[in-house]
Write a protein that binds this ligand. Structure first.
Ligand code: NAD
Ligand code: ZN
Ligand code: ZN
Length: 339
């Protein structure tokens, strides 16, 4: 099978032939149809974060495909479409797993990071964490929903967004274009913030009510003109953007940190935080139930995935385009086309 492999941090990925992986106990092998390029794959390939993957490895936690085989697995059938999210495995026994916070499990294994991911014609998955994709959701749409979708859906849940609130979405990329839609579904008014005209136009197309260009406008001041944001979802891979959007919170507002810039640190003003009663919350992907809900919303026709499909062989150029901010929302590698 063909796979795109990170051999050395910071070097281009190598597209190479590998033997088909053999599933272990509780695993299935999946023939990958599509997989999305999340900005996290770039952080992984660059070794950006304190906890690093071990090269050589195959990135991607937005793989979607058809179950091929898996001895002893009874709840999935051969040919069934499944998605392989970042949460590749969790222990199922710890405090976090038992309290509905499996995304915080300390024993978790992350797809495309701690085990090989979707930039390959075939991949393995723990059957209990391979999420069934409902009929009517294509593999190309399911791929971005598997991380960008579930992550932003969960970020809005942890912010407790309610109708009539103002939600600021900072960064309208792969994650942000879905965040705008989930915030609208929650009934909120949405302020979308970005630094490119294309992204701001896209946000407007997807229902954003207020557009803020962080190149030319003061994000905090603009948000305050509308009374300040009840929730600010930080999705831009830029430390300064976290502080900018946080400065536009209203009293009692919540900053939800989602983006993961390398070595990121944010300065939180103590006085404003105390007197304003604001919160800073970290949010990491979502649970299997969150992902099932994301797929359900899409199957009901309530979300739109903006994507461009490409062959896997374009992986290195595609990464460069994401870094230059030239991709409209999400790149999805189409492996069903034999790319
Ligand atoms: P992306 O590159 O598709 O989107 C980033 C967007 O931010 C782009 O539209 C870009 O134009 C915009 N931007 C850049 N500078 C800005 C600024 N100063 N102000 C406002 N917008 C700005 O990336 P993505 O795939 O959406 O991922 C975003 C981040 O989220 C990455 O760091 C990724 O690793 C992280 N992530 C976190 C989780 C999680 O569970 N916490 C899950 C997935 C991704
Ligand atoms: Zn991701
Ligand atoms: Zn656990």
């Amino acid at each position: 099978m063909k796979a795109a492999v990170v051999r050395t941090f910071g070097e281009p990925l190598v597209v190479e032939e590998r033997p088909d992986p053999e599933p272990g106990p509780g695993q299935v092998r999946v023939r990958v149809e599509a997989c999305g390029l999340c900005h996290t794959d770039i952080h992984a390939a660059h070794g950006d974060w304190p906890v690093k993957p071990n090269p050589p490895f195959v990135p991607s936690h937005e793989g979607v495909g058809l179950v091929e085989l898996g001895a002893g697995v009874t709840h999935l059938s051969v040919g069934q479409r499944v998605a392989m999210p970042w949460l590749g495995h969790a222990c199922g026994r710890c405090e976090h797993c038992l309290s509905g916070w499996e995304t915080l499990c300390e024993q978790q294994i992350n797809t495309g990071y701690g085990c090989d991911g979707g930039y390959a014609e075939k991949m393995l998955a723990w059957a209990d964490f391979a999420q069934p994709v409902p009929d009517g959701v294509s593999a190309l749409d399911a791929a971005p929903l598997t991380c960008a979708g579930v992550t932003t859906y969960k970020a809005l849940k942890v912010a407790g967004v309610r109708p009539a609130q103002l939600v600021a979405v900072s960064g309208v990329g792969g994650l942000g274009h879905l965040a705008v839609q989930y915030a609208k579904i929650a009934g909120a008014r949405v302020a979308a913030i970005d630094v490119t005209d294309d992204k701001l136009e896209l946000a407007a197309e997807l229902g954003a009510d207020i557009l803020i260009d962080a190149r030319t406008q003061d994000v905090g001041q603009e948000l305050k003109r509308y009374g300040g944001a009840h929730a600010a979802i930080a999705l831009a891979v830029n430390e300064a953007a976290f502080e900018a959007v946080a400065s536009g919170l209203r009293r009692g507002g919540k900053l939800v940190m989602v983006a993961l810039p390398a070595q990121g640190t944010v300065r939180v003003p103590i006085f404003d935080t105390v007197l304003g009663g604001t919160s800073v919350i970290g949010s990491i992907v979502g649970t299997r139930l969150d992902l099932a809900e994301v797929f359900q919303l899409h199957a009901e026709g309530r979300t739109r995935v903006i994507r461009e499909s490409r062959p896997l062989s374009s992986v290195n150029e595609s990464i460069d385009e994401v870094l230059r901010g030239q991709v409209k929302a999400r790149i999805v590698f189409d492996l069903a086309e034999g790319g």
